[in-house]
Structure formats: structure tokens, C-alpha cells
Write a protein that binds this ligand. Structure first.
Ligand code: GLN
Length: 304
């Protein structure tokens, strides 16, 4: 498959689309990003990388980080995880509070904010220095030591994170948060503030296209069943209340973030990451989704 010329032509086609998406502005620091940025990176199963546009520029990965924290906890505690968080699509916005009351503080899945906060709580429970551990793990998966938290973005979200504070306190009232809510929020805002490029992200997500094995070290991080379940979660919950549309149009598991990043996995074939900061109404990158829909359509290959 000539991925390079496919990516080039998709890039040129998408770039001329009328993009009426909007940058996330509820985290003030994210508003500083150049809204015209657009990059794509694809890594095939033999670790050959194909890029176009702003593919090596770092951006805020935000909710994409939720996949990695979930995978870490899943590998650590196995299926006990599902006593703390569910595995069903929510059909609601990423930051919604509504289901928590009648579902007794057990978030629908680990990728909505409520669920990611429970996972952050588990990170505090299971790792002595979770911030350091998490960053080092990401660096290892990305094969890049030069990946960091952005303290300014983390602080900016902390100062305005009333909704996440509400979520964590509300879940704690059901006893499904064990640690101090401020400590959980501090970890969560930091995990979201990590900056990576499309190339880094495509590399990190290879563990999910390689059956749970980290390609470089050959370390079997997730069992085959755990890897299947992580991909299933991304398929069902990776795009919040647009997960159905993403599955319908793209047909791959994936995850988005409000920094404008989108990553998708074609198991045993490739991982692909796209970055374009303008988001549609559901909080997903407009160009990101247009790009991936074209990719699976042109290559006539998806998991379905
Ligand atoms: N840090 C963001 C928040 O909690 C992440 C949301 C996202 O990327 N969808 O609101």
C-alpha cells in the first residue's frame, strides 16, 4: 500500500474543506494554539512511518491520555477494574454528570471524564509516584525521552476545572474515589497536559495494533484478551457521543482529545494520528475525522 501518496492526497483534499470547527476555549491556555495546524502520521506494522503536514509538532494530547492510564491499570489489576468503572458507551458528552446519580457513582466507561477520574484515583492507589511512572511509561512507548507535562496547561485547567472538581467530589460521595479529590485532579490535569506529536502518538498506540506487545522491546504489556478489550473500548467510547458516527464512517477503534488530536488503530496493519485543533460540536477534531474517513474509504480497509 502506498501510504505516502494516499496521505498526501487526503491532506490536500481535507485542507480545502470549509472548517467551521472551534478550538477548545474552556481551558484558556489551549486557545493560544495556531488553529491552522494540520498534521498526519501513520506507522505501518513494520514500523515504517509516513508523515505529512505538522506531524512532528507537539500538541496537548488531553483525553487521548485516558487510553494509556486505563491500559496501565488494566494490566495491573485485571478485570477487578470493572468493579470501579463500566465498559458501555455513554451516549453523552465527555464531561457529563447526568448518569452518575442513577448509576451510583460507577462511571459508564473509562474514557468519559468521570471514568478517567476513577482511573486517576487508581493510578494514585497503585503507583508510588504516579506522575513520574506515567511519564516514563509514555516515553518508553513513544521511544522519545523528550516528552513532558505542560505545567502551564495543567495549571490553566486546574484554575477552571469546576466541572471535573464536581465530578470527582460527586463520585467520592459514592465512595468510588479513595484518595483526596485534589490529588486525583492534580494527576488528571497533568496526564491531560502531556504534549506529543502525531508521530509520537502513532508510535505509542502501536501496542494496541501489535496485540499488546511493545514493538521495540517485545514486552508483552497487555494480554491478548486485554488488548482486544482496550480496542473494543476505543471503538465504543473513544469519541463520546460521536462514537457511533466514528464507527459508521471510519470503522476503526480510536480516541480523540480536545487539543485536536485523534488516533486510530487498524490492528495488525497500522496506527495513525491526526492533529488539527478546530473541533466539531462533539469536541472531536473536524479535520481529524474527515481525514480518517477518507483513509479507510480510499484504502478499502477497516476492521469491518
Ligand atoms: N482535560 C480535558 C477535560 O477534562 C480533557 C477532555 C477531552 O480531551 N475530551 O475536560
Amino acid at each position: 500500500m502506498d501510504y505516502q501518496s494516499i496521505l498526501n492526497s487526503i491532506y490536500n483534499e481535507v485542507l480545502v474543506l470549509d472548517n467551521n470547527g472551534k478550538i477548545a476555549d474552556y481551558i484558556p491556555e489551549l486557545k493560544r494554539v495556531n488553529t491552522e495546524k494540520f498534521g498526519i502520521a501513520l506507522i505501518d506494522n513494520y514500523q515504517k512511518i509516513y508523515t505529512v503536514g505538522d506531524a512532528i509538532e507537539k500538541f496537548s494530547i488531553q483525553s487521548i491520555s485516558k487510553v494509556i492510564t486505563t491500559a496501565l491499570i488494566f494490566s495491573k489489576i485485571g478485570n477487578d477494574l470493572w468493579q470501579r468503572v463500566g465498559f458501555e458507551p455513554s451516549g453523552n458528552a465527555f464531561n457529563s454528570l447526568v448518569q452518575l446519580e442513577y448509576e451510583n457513582g460507577i462511571p459508564r466507561n473509562p474514557f468519559i471524564n468521570a471514568g478517567a477520574l476513577v482511573i486517576a484515583d487508581l493510578m494514585l492507589e497503585h503507583f508510588e509516584n504516579p506522575k513520574e511512572y506515567f511519564l516514563n511509561f509514555i516515553r518508553e512507548l513513544a521511544e522519545n525521552e523528550n516528552i513532558n507535562y505542560n505545567e502551564i496547561v495543567a495549571q490553566s485547567e486546574k484554575e477552571n476545572g469546576y466541572r471535573n472538581a464536581a465530578l470527582v467530589n460527586y463520585i467520592k460521595s459514592f465512595n468510588n474515589i479513595k484518595n483526596d479529590p485534589d490529588a486525583v485532579l492534580d494527576f488528571y490535569f497533568h496526564q491531560c497536559s502531556i504534549e506529543m506529536s502525531c508521530e509520537d502518538l502513532a508510535r505509542v498506540f502501536q501496542v494496541f495494533s501489535h496485540n499488546g506487545i511493545v514493538p521495540r522491546s517485545k514486552f508483552k504489556f497487555l494480554t491478548t484478551s486485554q488488548c482486544k478489550r482496550m480496542n473494543a473500548l476505543m471503538q465504543m467510547c473513544g469519541f463520546y457521543d460521536q462514537a457511533g458516527e466514528f464507527t459508521f464512517k471510519v470503522g476503526l477503534p480510536g480516541k480523540s482529545g480536545v487539543g485536536g488530536g485523534v488516533v486510530a488503530i487498524y490492528p495488525n496493519h497500522y496506527t495513525v494520528a491526526v492533529w488539527s485543533p478546530k473541533l466539531n460540536k462533539k469536541g472531536n477534531s473536524f479535520y481529524g475525522l474527515e481525514t480518517l474517513e477518507r483513509l479507510t474509504t480510499i484504502t478499502e480497509a477497516s476492521i469491518f
